[in-house]
Every structure is written in structure tokens, then in C-alpha cells.
Design a protein around this ligand. Structure first.
Ligand code: C2G
Length: 131
């Protein structure tokens, strides 16, 4: 049973997110998504449209996701990897190299981002056409 773990805000879920989750799940048998809390989003200077609970509900409906737990800070990854016995840590390659410190605890994989889609872009476009 290979356990995969990944982190993110996953606001306004789009096909770029799904593409990441799909590939992450394909690396193992069980995918844990550590979802940024609203407070941690503030630390990341991200204002999400949906609350943590709403983003959690949406992610839990995704066929590739087996468990959603909260991300409260930058420092919890080693503890999470150990606590949830993750074999593989996966992130989009916009994070390339940033989490290599996890290599002594698990495999670290950076996957190519899906081009031309982001929650920010989607929200901006919807704001524009809503006027
Ligand atoms: N992603 C992607 N392609 C996109 C957009 C996002 O592959 N077009 C990936 C990101 O690389 C990330 C995941 O989808 O692996 C979630 O993206 P965000 O919600 O933007 O996550 P982020 O704010 O980068 O949070 O501790 C780590 C942070 O919580 C990462």
C-alpha cells in the first residue's frame, strides 16, 4: 500500500488541480491531500473564494482523493509524512526543489504544472464577465 501526500489550497477546483491529483494518485494506492486552512492561506497571502470546509467538501468528492487533512503552517510536512506514513510526497514543479529536505523521509516528486489555468485567472475572468 503506497501512500502519497500532497499539499495545496485547491481553491475554485480546476482541471489543473485534477491533473495533479490524478498523476499523484497514479504513483501509489492512497492519496492524502493536506489542504491549506483559511488561516494558513492568509500566511501564504492567498484569499480563497471558498472556505476550508467548502474546499474540503469539493476535494473529498474527487475520485483520486482518499483523505483530506488541514495544513496550518510551513513546518508540519515532516511530521505529516511520518504520522501518515507517506511513501511519496508530490507537488507541482512550481515548487521544484523547495521540499527536497523531505527526501530523507520519503520520495519527493515534482510534476509539471498544467499550463494556462489557475484559480486566480478563473476568478479574474469571472469577475470581468460578471460586470
Ligand atoms: N497546480 C498544477 N497546475 C496548475 C495549478 C496548480 O499542477 N495549473 C498544482 C500546484 O503545483 C500544486 C497543486 O496544484 O501542487 C495545488 O495548487 P495550489 O492550490 O495553488 O497550491 P499552493 O498554493 O501552491 O500550496 O505547503 C505547500 C502549499 O500549501 C502549496
Amino acid at each position: 500500500m503506497k501512500r502519497v501526500i500532497t499539499y495545496g489550497t485547491y481553491d475554485v477546483l480546476h482541471y489543473g488541480h485534477i491533473n495533479l491529483l490524478k498523476r499523484a494518485k497514479a504513483l501509489g494506492d492512497y492519496l492524502i491531500v493536506v489542504l491549506s486552512s483559511d488561516e494558513f492561506n492568509a500566511i501564504k497571502n492567498k484569499k480563497s473564494y471558498y472556505t476550508y470546509e467548502q474546499r474540503k467538501t469539493i476535494l473529498e468528492a474527487c475520485r483520486y482523493v482518499d483523505l483530506v487533512i488541514p495544513e496550518y503552517n510551513w513546518e508540519q510536512k515532516i511530521e505529516d509524512v511520518q504520522k501518515y506514513q507517506a511513501d511519496i510526497f508530490v507537488m507541482g514543479d512550481d515548487w521544484e526543489g523547495k521540499f527536497d529536505f523531505l527526501k530523507e523521509y520519503c520520495e519527493v516528486v515534482y510534476l509539471p504544472r498544467t499550463p494556462d489555468v489557475s484559480s486566480t485567472q478563473t476568478k479574474e475572468h469571472l469577475n470581468k464577465i460578471a460586470k
